[in-house]
Design a protein around this ligand. Sequence first.
Ligand SMILES: [Zn+2]
Ligand SMILES: [Zn+2]
Length: 334
Amino acid sequence: MSKDYYEILGVDKNASKAEIEKQYKKLVLKYHPDVNKSPDAEKQMAEINAAKDILLDDQKRKQYDTFGNVEGGGFEDGFSGGFGGFSGGGFDFESVFGEMFGFRSSNTKQPQRGEDEQYRVIISLEDAVLGAKKKISYNSTISCVDCKGYGYKDFNNYCKDCRGEGYRKIQRGFTIIQTVCNTCQGSGKANTQKCDKCYGSGSKNISREVEYHIPRWINNRSTIKVPSMGKAGLRGGPAGDLIILIEIQENSKFTRDGNKLFTKINVPLKTILLGGQIEIFDIAKKSYQVKIPKCCKTDATIAINNEFYIILNTVMPHPNDINSKHSELLNEIL
Ligand SMILES: [Zn+2]
Ligand SMILES: [Zn+2]
């Protein structure tokens, strides 16, 4: 069970980003190993950083709130692995101190990966067992072709004063302070005229139809990841992924246990006593002729193959169908 990130930061479940940032800064000043020399400080700081990274990232926070962790709460594929390349929090120890001196840091110039699109899809047990090809339609964004997602007309021309960084670093004694570049106001660009095609947003809205494949015997609450089909990245960053959470509907005829399917089959008492042949169907509606041995157990489980099993359910004859002759014979036998 993962730790409660809200507790670690000491914030409310509904805390805004600003509240979380504020609280994080307080904790950094208290626990940062450069300041706090207690042996636990480093570990505490690592926990605080991890909590901050999750709760300041809208997507990760949503996952955490929904599933209890950011690995996806029992998802096979998980959400990890796709978030590399940038830090969700957007500020660090340097900039915390920078702000204490009255400066504000900016990371706006960095390429940013697009958000993942997440959808919950309910599928039939049949599709879960047999596998299927499905389509999903949704609205998303795509990077603007004209400005490559930068939002500026002249996106290749960098501000010379900050070398396109958007901020400058000033060293004062042992402290490095980051401050927004005055020349480009943090954009990192020489020309800040907005792109006409996307009005400076760097992306366009599109509707997508994506085909995805459900593998055979997929587990309930698995996720399927379709790479790069999420929201557009910013400033040349890669697109996010499409993540589909699979939920499997119950089936009235078949029950599943791992990679095995079971179904109850009604068999007349006569067949149970004397043996016989019955026809049954699997979940793909394929028919099988099954031999019932003489004096079979009334609730026997018979394996049709290593994935499909039937459980016999004996159906008694109707009392009206038993005459005095039957009763006499039964009396003799039993
Ligand atoms: Zn554009
Ligand atoms: Zn600049």
